[in-house]
Design a protein around this ligand. Structure first.
Ligand code: SF4
Length: 87
């Protein structure tokens, strides 16, 4: 069994229309396994003084960036791969 990577993960957000000419293993894309991470209020305050809601929206959360060749233990096939490695 091959090691599961982001490229085969159902949580991987790869837009073939946008990245048609890119190598999926190296182009930066998103992992949508978990919600975007929001910056802390302290981080926002340290960056800029926000006076309107539209300015604050600049600081929306961001999805984790991944590449197709990367991997993590959240891939649904990861437990099976671990088991296959144990023999
Ligand atoms: S980081 Fe993990 S959960 Fe996210 S796309 Fe890659 S293998 Fe899947």
């Amino acid at each position: 069994m091959e090691k599961p990577t982001c490229r085969t993960c159902p949580y991987w957000d790869f837009d073939e229309g946008v990245f048609a000419d890119e190598d999926p293993d190296v182009v930066s894309t998103y992992c949508k396994r978990l919600p975007p991470v929001l910056p802390s209020a302290a981080f926002v305050a340290a960056c800029v003084q926000v006076s309107t809601a539209s300015e604050a929206s600049v600081f929306r959360g961001e999805w984790p960036m991944v590449k197709g060749a990367e991997w993590c233990g959240e891939h649904p096939d990861f437990p099976a791969w671990i088991t296959s490695r144990l023999g």
